[in-house]
Ligand binder design. Structure first.
Ligand SMILES: Cc1cc2nc3c(=O)[nH]c(=O)nc-3n(C[C@H](O)[C@H](O)[C@H](O)COP(=O)(O)O)c2cc1C
Ligand SMILES: Nc1ncnc2c1ncn2[C@@H]1O[C@H](COP(=O)(O)OP(=O)(O)O)[C@@H](O)[C@H]1O
Length: 309
């Protein structure tokens, strides 16, 4: 997959033209999937499939520090690659771009740079200066510039519109099963295993530690049943604690710690993808390590019950 990250000199070489899906695509959820399926369908017909999204970190109108996404840019790239998308664009949404006339976006980017044969958007997609660009404008310019517009209606599940905002709310409340329904896959986090206090092994519950990433949304602190994807493709199950470990931690830094069931290997530096399947309990301060350990063993039984039934 080709990945344009935070760069404006995009040029796609395509014989037949491209199919471009436009959107923020935070989460690549069940609603986004309808757009992505159109891209994949037209890719099979020989069009170059492009997912066009924005990197908004350089725009002064957003309080970037407060923005939290379901998936990081790296995770978006990983998912697009897994789906088989040809090109992922994360276009810099800087102040210059925010004030671009929508007609110029169509002619300069969609037509000249991406050679769009098809443009796929949701019903309420807005782009360009003051969001004046919309489905109507895309349709109006389609004849002259030789592309077709595919408009996708909002997907609903149990009568609720699937949206990134709704899914972020579910995640932050620890409602992992519901988040999974709307995402179409469990919420996951990813990163490289770092060293911790090496206390886990002394209580026979070693935990692979990941650091939280800036800009990523995390669920409420506590214990979760989890599924772990190791770098070599193996899939394991385990239990994950997100929190600042009040029982043993003095610096109160938040970490993500996963104990993998029936596993005994050194996996420091390895990249893990940890899917959080089900919330078990909130984090607590125990009177000592032996109380904590007893609770961890009980948590493991609950996790196994939820995972294996
Ligand atoms: C299933 C599980 C549940 C945990 N629950 C708590 C908790 O409620 N309170 C707490 O202070 N720490 C909790 N921890 C974190 C432990 O304190 C931590 O894993 C242990 O200190 C090992 O740390 P280390 O990886 O830095 O060696 C939990 C860890 C796991 C794996
Ligand atoms: N079942 C397991 N689950 C998680 N990590 C394991 C397991 N078995 C061995 N390990 C290894 O042990 C390390 C965790 O041991 P631990 O004593 O908790 O040290 P640390 O405080 O550095 O995380 C992991 O990073 C991993 O390399």
């Amino acid at each position: 997959m080709q990945h344009y990250f935070n760069q404006k000199d995009i040029q796609i070489n395509t014989e037949k033209g491209s199919v471009v899906a436009l959107g923020k695509f935070d989460g690549f959820h069940q609603g986004h999937k309808l757009l992505l399926d159109e891209v994949l369908r037209l890719q099979k017909d020989g069009y170059t499939g492009v997912v066009f999204t924005f990197d908004i970190r350089k725009n002064s109108i957003f309080d970037v520090d407060k923005l939290q996404s379901i998936i990081t840019s790296e995770e978006k790239c990983m998912l697009a690659e897994q789906m088989g998308i040809d090109v992922l664009v994360e276009y810099p949404f800087d102040d210059a771009f925010a004030s671009m006339e929508p007609e110029a976006f169509v002619t300069d980017i969609l037509v000249k740079r991406l050679h769009a044969g098809y443009v796929v958007v949701g019903t309420d997609y807005g782009f360009g200066k003051k969001k004046r660009g919309n489905v109507e404008l895309l349709r109006k310019m389609a004849g002259e510039y030789g592309y077709q517009v595919i408009v996708i209606e909002k997907k609903k599940i149990h009568d609720v519109i699937v949206s990134s905002t709704y899914i972020r709310m579910l995640i932050s409340e620890g409602k992992m099963e519901e988040a999974e329904t709307f995402l179409g896959r469990p919420y996951f986090l990813s990163g490289h295993v770092v060293h911790g206090r090496e206390l886990g092994r002394t209580i026979q519950v070693p935990t692979a530690n990941l650091l939280p990433k800036h800009g990523k949304i995390y669920p409420v602190t506590g214990v979760y049943a989890s599924r772990i994807h190791l770098e070599d493709g193996r899939v394991c199950y385990g239990i994950t604690n997100i929190g600042d470990n009040p029982t043993v931690n003095t610096d109160r830094r938040v970490t993500i710690e996963t104990h993998i069931f029936d596993f005994d290997e050194d996996i420091y530096e390895q990249k893990l993808v940890v899917e959080l399947l089900s919330f078990i309990r909130g984090e607590q301060k125990f009177s000592g390590v032996s109380e904590l350990k007893a609770q961890m063993l009980a948590d493991m039984e609950v996790a196994k019950q939820r995972i294996f039934g």
